[in-house]
Ligand binder design. Sequence first.
Ligand code: IPE
Ligand code: MG
Length: 230
Amino acid sequence: MDGNGRWAQARGLARVRGHEAGGERVEEIIRIAPQYGVRYLTLYAFSKENWQRPQHEVSFLMELLSGYLDQKLKKMMQNNVIFNAIGNLSDLPETIQKKIAYWIEEAKNNTGLTATFAFSYSSRFEIVEACRRIARRVRQGTLEPEAICEQTLSESLYTAGLPDPDLLIRTSGEMRISNFLLWQISYTELYVTEKCWPEFGEEEFAKALQDYQRRERRFGRSGETLPQVL
Ligand code: IPE
Ligand code: MG
């Protein structure tokens, strides 16, 4: 969810106003996504690298997140949303960690959209942690090195149990991945829009999905050998 700062600066506002506006968009997209048949939505809210931003901006983002967890999640709960969080959550202030754990537990029997928030997330760090987990199993003697396969790694990531994304939307025109779900997006369709996140509303979301529907997904095969159902 990129471009909050630029959106605000272009309007003569402080960057943090952009983060506030971006928070409203998160709520909107989570509310409307199921109407478009989306069952899983993963939102890159804060990266492990974002801790290096000026302290006042980091503090503001943590306050915003804390308020968000207090006010908005209750409403989302009523919309049947299942919550999930990925990232090195232990980097977050303890009060926020507790709130996240509370909402995940509260919503666990919901049956609607699975909204996964990435906080203090780094895909490379996620892969490093997965390697450590796998290495421990080998050391314990419960896993043979030869038995390690792609599935072993997938199941050792924060995203274990979630399907790989079909579509990745990048806002504010940036043509890079920025350490997001590197393993999981091997065959994901990419969509880049010039719109900044605070202006990425329902109309823009629908446009991204329409664009996705026109793609022919081959997963490395030739057009002739594709199953018809795709
Ligand atoms: C994304 O907006 C929000 C977070 C990283 C939390 P940015 O803050 O990156 O906005 P730009 O890229 O400076 O416009
Ligand atoms: Mg940015």
